[in-house]
Design a protein around this ligand. Sequence first.
Ligand code: PGA
Length: 252
Amino acid sequence: MAMGARRKFVAGNWKMHGMAGSLSELQPIAAAADASKSVDVALCLPSTLIARAADAAPTLPIGAQDCHQAEHGAHTGCVSAAMLAEVGARLTIVGHSERRQDQQESNADIKAKAEAAHAAGLSVILCCGETEAQRDAGQAIARVTAQIAESMPDDASADWLTIAYEPIWAIGTGRVPQTSDVAEMHGAIRMKLRDLIGEEADAMRILYGGSMNGGNAAELLAVSDVDGGLVGGASLSADKFVPIIEAAAGAS
Ligand code: PGA
């Protein structure tokens, strides 16, 4: 696939935010997504909202933020990929840095989760990213490409797998890397993907995440090898998320 053929993809990640009343944000987001024909849009919601969101906005792909790697079993409090698919999820995030930190998830766990999600029919956004200390030590590219190598699903292909690069120090902080650093990292991720999956790497989308908003999205989305965004805080309201969808359409 030619590099220019990758469609931009903007995914929201509501994290542990959102009650039933928040679903009123979905209609204007779905309308913007429907209008932006050159952009793929999705919203990854708390599990408790997935079924209602999928009903309320049938054209908008609704996703989860994690799944367990097992199909079922004695795993109190966990949710399997098949359970998420049954209530209407079409995708899931795996390996978000908050889960790597809070739940001590390993690259091996994340690989297993991605494979389980694919087996259940879900698309997957697989996250990677370095800490500030790792960047300051000059280890950012080595750490991120190692995460990708160790968590890449065996059957990875661009039709169901997307990578999200999220520098941990940029998440929720309002701090965004220099565009030259984003370009360097996304280029390094592309090269690592070529090592791992060959030509398929050129079709696989690599999203940027970390304090993306309506004010900086156009600049970030114009960076080479940035194929979209994974958006936390600015995805919680249509007012903030729709301008990012529009910026992606403008960058397409
Ligand atoms: P943020 O979060 O946009 O609020 O920085 C991004 C993410 O963690 O996915």
